[in-house]
Design a binder for this molecule. Sequence first.
Ligand SMILES: [Zn+2]
Ligand SMILES: [Zn+2]
Length: 140
Amino acid sequence: MSSIQGSCLCGNIQYPSHLLPLTTAICHCNDCQKQSGSAFSVNMLLPVDGFSIDGASLGFYSKSGSSGLSVKRFFCTNCGSALYSEVDVMPGMIAIKGGSLTDPTSIKPQLHLWCSSALPWVDIDGSLPCFKEASPNENE
Ligand SMILES: [Zn+2]
Ligand SMILES: [Zn+2]
């Protein structure tokens, strides 16, 4: 994979990037379940520098995460697709939703977060690290 590109469901918002995700994490937290309308979200972590997104219908919703710091969740106000998040615990980084990729088969999850709230029927790959909450250092 040499770059990532993606869009929302209606196509109003596009993001091309020459950057590669540093890691891809499946997040089973309750907020990701609510926002995605699904069992978990697939988050690609990237440095925000060099990331650009085009489209007038970008909106966001801000809510405190478990750390008490805010998580800003960006979505398309036309079709409702979740696109990416800015998380105050990770300054300089963004988490792009893997399902928004033009080719989501190009990514491979490397770890699981918030396994404490994973739904019982979700089969988690036992060969991957599975953190009970956010990540080892945030749990301290
Ligand atoms: Zn859209
Ligand atoms: Zn989450």
